[in-house]
Design a protein around this ligand. Sequence first.
Ligand SMILES: Cc1cc2nc3c(=O)[nH]c(=O)nc-3n(C[C@H](O)[C@H](O)[C@H](O)COP(=O)(O)OP(=O)(O)OC[C@H]3O[C@@H](n4cnc5c(N)ncnc54)[C@H](O)[C@@H]3O)c2cc1C
Length: 449
Amino acid sequence: MFDEPSVYDVLGIGFGPSNLSLAIALHEMGDVEGRPLAARFFEQQPSFGWHRNMLLPSAKMQVSFLKDLVTFRNPHSRFTFVSYLHEMNRLARFINNCDFFPTREEFHGYLEWAAANFADQVTYGATITSISVPPDSGPGDPIDRVRVNLASGPTGAESSSVEARNVVLGTGLVPRFPAGLTSDDRVWHSSEFLGKFQRCDTTKLKRVLVVGGGQSAAEIAHFVYDNVPGVTVTAVIPSYGYSIADATPFANRVFDPSAIDDYYYGDENSKDAFWRYHRNTNYAVVDSNLISDLNRKAYDEAVTGETRLRFAELSRLSGVRRRDDGVVVSIHSMLSNRTSEVDADIVICATGYEPMEIGDMLGPLDRFCIRDEQGRYRVERDYRLATTEHLRCGIYLQGGMEHTHGLSSSLLSNLAVRNGDISTSVARRAQSQSHDDGRVLQGLVPTGS
Ligand SMILES: Cc1cc2nc3c(=O)[nH]c(=O)nc-3n(C[C@H](O)[C@H](O)[C@H](O)COP(=O)(O)OP(=O)(O)OC[C@H]3O[C@@H](n4cnc5c(N)ncnc54)[C@H](O)[C@@H]3O)c2cc1C
């Protein structure tokens, strides 16, 4: 299946925006030691897709279009969002919108357009199942390459493996459900929303429950209310009401490239302060326009006497029971300290995501990874997992390093600079492996420093 080379310089697991940005950074870096680094990416989806199930009509990006795959690292790149607009012949019209925040649908178009340029480096429909030590490696040998095992084919039954000197984990986040719930035909996660919505007979939807107080929850409540005639939407919100996402200029600096150093080299107190004061820039918060829209709908109902949009504030879902024609949902109110039951046709859990458990993926390599006092992985400034001397190949993280690199770790804000750092680090290591004197590669200065 894979002819050349026998060992890749870089192997990316997942091909979302993070590893796409890396593919571009490696491409733009050019030759290292007289040849381009050999990179391959494996993506479990059949084709490129960025949170397709949440591409709701008119949903907007929450970062400026200038925080695209490349601009912060290389504004001259041909993979900027502006370059995409130019190629689509929409640049002038985009500018006339006077809006820094394109729709997610348009940004998805941009990402697809960029990804198409790297199609020859990506294997779609291939799930990486584990990473292991190559079988020809002796017990005491230093590990300078790893074997990456994958499942592919229409049923996922075909297994094969490839080897690499550096692995970059860009697998994104894993959907989180309320305790005890799993996905089925009546219980959906927001990450499945549009796909399931399009497949269901919406004429039969009368009562929809949306759980969560963040952006996705608010978007889904809004969308279902507008798109399913006569439906009653009950929003179960853990707070007293949707809270606004702080997108003001001073607070937004927590996403600047320089904030990574401030966070990384800060002590525990300063790290805590980042989260304490600025969590509301992204986590469990909602855009102000969307809050206003939902509030307007609720107010209009108060005027007309309609009650299709309901809010269960300071409440949590505490259980779901199946019935022939739907589900019975238990909702615990922190206001009354009582649990009540509500009938619903479907429950949509917009209850967020959690980091992938990378220990499962790393398998036998996990024991070479160094942890901090709290048991978390140590991550170098260049996003490489800190390992014992024995493990010489690089395992890099694109996500799951909030504790070391701060608030933007799973976001788009720092993709471009982060991937400049990772590609530079990989190049330096490639060079020092072939030059024992360890001279620094000319011209490869970390972009984030
Ligand atoms: C609805 C929604 C909207 C968002 N909007 C914004 C926004 O406006 N601004 C912002 O900064 N952030 C936003 N985010 C945060 C989001 O995490 C980033 O936008 C972005 O997706 C991060 O890119 P990624 O490549 O790290 O992860 P992902 O986009 O999640 O990509 C990971 C990829 O890895 C693949 N994969 C996973 N496991 C394997 C495996 N074992 N083998 C092979 N492939 C695998 C997945 O299929 C996926 O394609 C949003 C998130 C959501 C859910």
